[in-house]
Each structure stands twice: as C-alpha cells, then as structure tokens.
Write a protein that binds this ligand. Structure first.
Ligand code: LRH
Ligand code: MN
Ligand code: MN
Length: 405
C-alpha cells in the first residue's frame, strides 16, 4: 500500500468511527519486554538442539535483545532469570544495558532446577528446602532492587505426580507462609506477580494450577501482589480473554507471558497458532484502558514474552513475536467501541461479532510501517534485521551457549 492508499485506508477507518490519531498514539506507547532466556539454547524433554552463536552470558543476551529493540523500537526491557543470569556485578550489567538503550525488567527466581527441588520448593514437606527456596526468592528481590526492577515474576514448578503423594492443604499453608515473607520484603512500588500453570512438570496436581489460585494468594497478600497470565498455561479450550477481563476488573492482573500453545505449554511464537485469541485478549485490554475504572490497572500491566525457540533462529523468532503482538494490539485498537456497545444493548449478536471480527480482519501493515518510519525505523523490521548481517556476525561467538541443560 503506498501513501495514497494509506490515506484511503485512514478515511475508511475514520468513516467507521475510528480515531486514527489516538490509535497511532497508543501503538507508539506500547512496549513489550523480551526474556533473556529466549536468546539462549533451549529444547524439549528429548533434546536441546544447540545453535552456534547463542549468547554465552547475560552481556551477550543483552546484545541480542538490543537488536530486537533496535529493529522493532518497542522492546527496551529484558527480563532475567536467576541463577541463569547470575553475575557478580549487577551495576556493570545495568550500565551495559543502558549503553544499549535497555533496562532490566522482571526478575524471575528459578525454583525448579536445583536437585533439592525434586519434591517441590516453597511447598516442600522439608522445612530446610522451603527455607532455601525462600532465601532464593529474597535474593532475587535484592537483585531486583539493585537493577532497578519493579517486578518479581514467581512461577513454581511445585506439585505432585500421584494421588496421596502430598497434602494439598498443608502445601498451600507452606506456600502462604513463604509468600507473606516475600511480600514483606517488597519495597517502594515493587510488585510480586504470581504465575499459574495447569500442569507440568508435575502431572497429578500443581500447587498453583490456575488463575483462581493465583488470585486468591495475591488477594491475601495485598495490592502489590497480582496475577501473571502466561498464555501457554491453561487447559485446552479455556477462555483466556475472559480471565483477563475478570482479573482486570478486580485490579489483579499484573503481567503477561506471551507465547502460543497448540496442546499445552508449547512455548511457540505468540500469535502463530491462534492469532484471534491474541487479538481478543488485546480487545479486552484496550476496553480496560478506556474504562476509567480499570485504566490505571491496565496501564500497569507488564507485557512480557516468555518463549523458548528450540529449532528456529532466536533473534528473528523474537522479532516475529514482537511484530505479532504489535499487530494484534493495533487491530484491537480499531474496534469501534461505541458501535459495539450499541449492538450489545440491542442484543444484536451478529452485529457485535461482526464489529469485533472486522477489526481483526483489517490490514494494519501499512499503518504499522508508517508509524515505524515516523520513529526512524525500517518499515519491515524482519527484513531489515536479516539484511543487517547480525545473524552472521553472531555465529562468530562460536558454540558455547548457555540455556536449559
Ligand atoms: C514455566 C514458565 C515460567 C518460567 C519460564 C521459563 O513454564 O512459563 O514463567 O519462569 O517458563
Ligand atoms: Mn511463563
Ligand atoms: Mn511456561
């Protein structure tokens, strides 16, 4: 679409009642955080396919993340996972990140890889293991303070594989006790985001299995504790956009881990399997932003990617993810909210569905390309990145990657 065609598109949108200037402003304001672990080697239970040139340390992960930010313009923060990203000088890390135009985002404690966590961490039957897990989370809070991060994203692999193996309520009490200590250590406007997951690695029960459990735990702690929605962590068929709207209305949604699922926690590139679901989630978020009752909560949501790219090149995979998110967001901004409200009032089911779907079907590539050009970016970030030579240069690092091993 050339400039003239874009003008026609803009007129069409305006005729539909869309405030294009506002849409452009919202697109420019949107940011999404990328995960340090998305740049390193990862795999399945069966095999880690190692890639040449994967980052060997957090500095190199930041180098890769900076490329994603350079070409997309909307990824200035990088989440870290401890101990994967443990370093002896966090001051140096924030300095290095700043030189690249980045900052450190959410700090993720790792309570699933230590030998001692075989039977759980904060829910373990042994007080010594629980204490060790708690100390690790507290250490992560201190790291977050050092790197000026306001978010602790807490995911527990805790659960059991067989009926009878654990006492559900006792484990819940252990968890609640630990979380009280964690919560009391948060300072200023730090937040604790509690992630849930229906199953895996535990196959019979998971201690925080769904949003209701995260919500209950966060509710008991206070307003600095909120729920983190990872798109891959639900049972098939669950209406995630409804969960998002419900949590938003309760001021209890604090963040997202974007990825896509087909079967379970597949960690595929967000928007590749079910782009309509991603759009419908953004549709609820935009509605929440526009409602004064929920606007502040919506504004505080931390948008984060949580994916592992096992077979695909990692930086392009991350760029694709960011572009898919930006596209879904842009489309959600095009929903004619006034017309939708009217259709709902009249119980005009088909009109309401049509308004929402039409926004999803609208081509937003020229809109996004124009905005990028305005911001001094290449209109097509993926092509620009692939032509930049960074992928080839990266290979020069050799084969000594870090990751899930
Ligand atoms: C668990 C999870 C959690 C972890 C990450 C590596 O499945 O989504 O957020 O921290 O993957
Ligand atoms: Mn996650
Ligand atoms: Mn996951």
């Amino acid at each position: 679409m050339n400039g003239q065609n874009y003008t026609v598109w803009e007129k069409q949108q305006q005729a539909k009642g869309v405030d294009v200037a506002w849409v452009r402003e919202r697109i420019k304001a949107f940011k999404v955080e990328t995960p340090s672990w998305g740049y390193g080697d990862s795999g399945t239970r069966f095999k880690v396919f190692k890639q040449t040139g994967v980052p060997r340390n957090l500095y190199e992960k930041l180098d890769d993340a900076a490329q994603v930010h350079k070409f997309t313009g909307i990824c200035p923060a990088v989440a870290i996972h401890i101990p994967w990203d443990k370093t002896d000088d966090y001051g140096k890390i924030i300095g290095y990140a700043a030189e690249l135009g980045l900052k450190i985002g959410a700090v993720n404690p790792n309570l699933f890889q230590g030998e001692e966590y075989k039977f759980g961490s904060l829910c373990h039957v042994d007080a010594k293991v629980r204490q060790k897990a708690l100390d690790h989370v507290l250490e992560c809070i201190e790291i977050a303070k050092t790197v000026n991060s306001g978010i602790i994203s807490l995911w527990l692999a805790d659960g059991t594989n067989y009926p009878g193996q654990g006492d559900f309520r006792e484990r819940k009490h252990y968890l609640e006790q630990a979380l009280q200590t964690v919560y009391a250590s948060l300072t200023g406007d730090m937040r604790l985001l509690i992630e849930y997951k229906v199953f895996e690695p535990a196959f019979y029960h998971t201690d925080i299995a769904d949003w209701g459990m995260s919500f209950t735990l966060a509710g008991k702690l206070g307003e600095k504790a909120q729920v983190l929605v990872d798109l891959g962590h639900h049972s098939p068929g669950v209406n995630v956009e409804h969960i998002v709207a419900f949590l938003l209305d309760e001021h209890k949604i604090g963040g997202f881990h974007f990825n896509n699922r087909k079967y379970a926690d597949d960690d595929l590139i967000v928007g590749t399997i079910n782009p309509y679901e991603l759009f419908l989630i953004f549709n609820e978020l935009v509605a929440g932003e526009l409602d004064p009752a929920t606007a502040a909560t919506a504004a505080g949501i931390a948008y984060m990617i949580d994916q592992s790219h096992c077979i695909e090149p990692k930086v392009p995979a991350m760029i694709r993810s960011v572009l898919n998110i930006q596209t879904a967001h842009a489309k959600a901004l095009l929903v004619n909210r006034a017309a939708l409200r009217q259709a709902r009032q009249k119980n005009d089911v088909l009109a309401a569905e049509n308004i929402v779907r039409e926004a999803f079907e609208t081509e937003v590539k020229p809109l996004l390309a124009g905005i990028r050009e305005e911001l001094g970016l290449a209109p097509d970030p993926m092509t620009a990145y692939l032509q930049s030579g960074y992928e080839e240069q990266k290979v020069g690092r050799g084969r000594d990657g870090q990751g899930w091993e």
